[in-house]
Write a protein that binds this ligand. Structure first.
Ligand code: GAR
Length: 196
């Protein structure tokens, strides 16, 4: 099962997958980012599919088609998003039903979206955390595979809280992904859409 990891940031979650021994065939980024550099030579291939338009005219479907084509070029069967900053169109989820995973820095369904950590702080919750889930065309709403709580401490900033959440994600995501791959390779876990 050839795995692609999609990144936009520092790549510390991707790094934790590699440290766990998960084989990554392709790392694809939507912008130049430290994640691409830190894995050079440690994964099958890296690709920069640069998004040039961050405005309202962004053609999400065309970008997604381009991304799906790159995944197909590399014979990818499973996709893991690890801090990928572009919301992708339905073509990805049609092409890989039940085969796109994501980690999110909050206890979904609370605080979906890109500002989850800041919103949890603003809401004054005492406990937040992270969620590993199957990604679907509706952002941050697919079936939950694993969650772990993280306490919010007095004086926490968005940065300090996010760093403690990421420390948990770096354990939870690789473990959940490895178990998912094992189950796929054992012939279990039919893809979403393959069952009635
Ligand atoms: C992680 O906290 C991940 O949950 C978050 O980006 C961070 C990536 O960290 N993703 C989202 O917020 C997606 N909505 P990294 O670049 O150090 O791996």
């Amino acid at each position: 099962m050839r795995l692609a990891v999609l990144v936009s940031g520092t790549g510390s979650i991707l790094d934790s997958m590699l440290e766990r021994g998960i084989e990554v065939s392709l790392v694809l980024a939507d912008r130049p980012c430290p994640a691409l550099q830190r894995v050079e030579g440690r994964v099958g291939a890296t690709e920069l599919l640069e998004r040039s338009d961050w405005g309202r005219s962004f053609d999400r479907d065309a970008y997604t088609d381009g991304l799906v084509a790159r995944l197909a070029d590399h014979g990818i069967g499973l996709v893991a998003m690890a801090g990928f900053g572009t919301v992708l169109g339905p073509a990805l989820f049609d092409r890989f039903p039940g085969r796109v995973l994501n980690t999110h820095p909050a206890l979904l369904p609370s605080f979906p979206g890109w500002h989850a950590v800041g919103q949890a702080l603003e809401a004054g919750v005492k406990v937040t955390g992270c969620t590993v889930h199957i990604a679907t065309a509706e952002v941050d709403s697919g079936p939950i595979l694993a969650q772990e709580a993280v306490e919010v401490r007095p004086g926490d900033t968005e940065e300090s809280l996010h760093e403690r959440i990421k420390a948990v994600e770096r354990q939870l995501y690789p473990a959940t992904l490895a178990a998912f791959i094992d189950e796929l390779e054992a012939g279990g876990a039919p893809a979403m859409g393959e069952t009635e």
